[in-house]
Ligand binder design. Structure first.
Ligand code: PLP
Length: 496
């Protein structure tokens, strides 16, 4: 109970190091127990789904100076909240988490975030984040080298793939528009556009609209039967946009796409960009991580020729969100997004400002994102990430093979990474639903409510498909066979 304390004593108690030590120990013990249970995958629901209004009411709270603080200590309240939080949360370490592309965080990386949060070194200016800045530059170097972007490459860490895409496309505009957009704006010029596959993540669309290019700023290129950008669709799209009066600045390639994990063919896209003087941007938010896999990196052939790449470490590099790299083949462009005159970075090796990351990013105050990935690489080496990425992509191939053997399931496309889309197609109608869309939605809900799996869904070729992203480092093919059985169970329940 702290209500009797004066303001100053309250502050002293809130910053008491011994209390922090004890509370931290209690919290870590709970997190470790939760991790064990989640990895065992049996004791609780992956996603304890509740109606949003019910959840909102469940977390109704009294922030006033009355109860419950009058009857319990802050430590007790924190512990109770942690327990409730763990009970209500989506469990990403659970073997049945096959939902969205968010990493089951490496424990070591989560601990680094705690340290980063406690230090709260803002990184807006170098003096406010010296070790974070140094680590960030080393992490960025490792990422550039891993993708083969060359020795002039560089970039910055920022808060998520969506913001990273906007950062990269701002730099593209500044570099390729032919006038000083930073100073003069868009006035009295042809409106720019980029070419992008029909399957690209919406972050490209959002970036284009934020830049004021409107819906027409995104020129869609059709995809082939594997959901990859059609290379022979690029020239007609460029011609169409040009005829519409657009100034096409670049091509956004997906490596990979969100819905099906399709990798656009980067070599021919790079050739096309080179031939037409266009900027090549690669959305590698999810799939750039395949570069760490000795077995699968070939799918990214050509990425080293990109002008810019984004790469989310909170997807396939086992990091807690958010940590995204925006990488540039020529690191001078990294400052170009936010300044017309990037010349002060021209000679980065000798320039006074090479350590000042604020000029490269939206953020002023920025979390020390680098520590966790730096520590991951320092402690385990890239071998850990290779083992993880290779394992989940292998598992997707096995899952696809399993699906192909099932008469009552249909595979959307052979997976190129750890994303697998499929449909449940039992013989005989289960619902008054010729398209089978309602059936997919119903069985998905039924599966989630059973608690053992969390699949998601997506629309492909005009129909609804079940979608799994195999994120669990220990999920097995037997787990996935059980997922199919649970889908069948859900389907059977609809027959009654
Ligand atoms: C291909 C792709 N690009 C960009 C994003 C956006 O990244 P973020 O969620 O970090 O903003 C996603 C997210 O799923 C994605 O799959």
């Amino acid at each position: 109970m702290l209500t009797a304390l004066s303001g100053h004593a309250l502050l002293r108690a809130a910053f008491d190091a011994d209390t922090f030590r004890v509370d931290g120990g209690t919290m870590l013990a709970r997190l470790a127990t939760n991790l064990e249970a989640a990895l065992r995958g049996t004791s609780f629901a992956v996603l304890p789904l509740r109606d949003p209004a019910e959840m909102h009411a469940r977390w109704q709270v009294d922030f006033s100076d009355d109860a419950p603080r009058t009857t319990r200590t802050p430590s007790q309240i924190l512990d109770a909240l942690t327990t409730r939080m763990l009970a209500d949360a989506t469990q990403l370490h659970h073997a049945g988490f096959v939902g969205h592309q968010v990493a089951p965080p490496l424990p070591l990386a989560a601990l680094c975030d705690l340290t980063a949060d406690m230090l709260n070194n803002g990184m807006a200016v170098y003096e406010m984040g010296q070790p974070g800045t140094a680590m960030e530059l080393h992490v960025i170097r490792w990422m550039c080298d891993t993708l083969g972007l060359g020795h002039t490459a560089g970039g910055v860490l920022t808060s998520g793939g969506t913001l990273a895409t906007l950062t990269a496309l701002l730099a593209m505009r500044q570099a390729r528009a032919g006038w000083d957009v930073w100073s003069d704006g868009n006035a009295n010029q042809a409106v720019p556009a980029v070419l992008v596959s029909e399957q690209a993540h919406y972050c490209a669309d959002r970036a284009v609209r934020i830049m004021g290019w409107g819906a027409g700023g995104l020129v869609k290129v059709p995809v082939d039967d594997r959901f990859r950008m059609r290379i022979d669709g690029l020239a007609p799209a460029l011609a169409r946009a040009t005829a519409d009066g657009r100034q096409v600045l670049g091509v956004v390639a997906s490596a990979c796409s969100t819905a099906t994990g399709a990798f656009d063919e980067l070599e021919p896209i790079a050739d096309f960009c080179e031939a037409h003087g266009l900027w090549m941007h690669v959305d590698g938010a999810h799939g750039a991580a395949l570069a760490v896999s000795g077995k699968y990196r070939d799918v990214l052939r050509g990425i080293g020729r990109a002008d810019s790449v984004i790469w989310d470490a909170h997807k396939m590099l086992l990091q807690p969100a958010l940590i995204t790299a925006v990488l540039f083949k020529d690191q001078r462009h990294s400052a170009g997004a936010f300044s017309q005159d990037a010349s002060y970075l021209l000679d980065t090796a000798h320039d006074d400002a090479w350590y000042d990351l604020a000029s490269r990013t939206f953020e002023c105050t920025k979390r020390t994102m680098s520590f966790k990935l730096y520590a991951t690489l320092a402690a385990y080496g890239p071998a850990l990430l290779d083992a993880y990425v290779t394992r989940v992509v292998d598992l997707a191939a096995s899952f696809a093979a399993l699906l192909r053997e099932q008469a009552d399931f249909e595979l959307a496309v052979d997976p190129q990474c750890n994303i697998v889309c499929f449909r449940y197609r039992p013989a005989g109608p289960l619902l008054d639903d010729p398209s089978c869309d309602a059936l997919q939605a119903a069985v998905r809900k039924a599966v989630i409510l059973r608690g053992h799996f969390y699949p998601v869904q997506t629309r492909l070729r005009g129909a609804l498909w079940l979608r799994t992203t195999l994120m669990g480092p220990f999920t097995t093919i037997d787990d996935l066979a059980r997922l199919l059985d649970e889908i069948r169970l859900g389907g059977r329940a609809l027959r009654k």
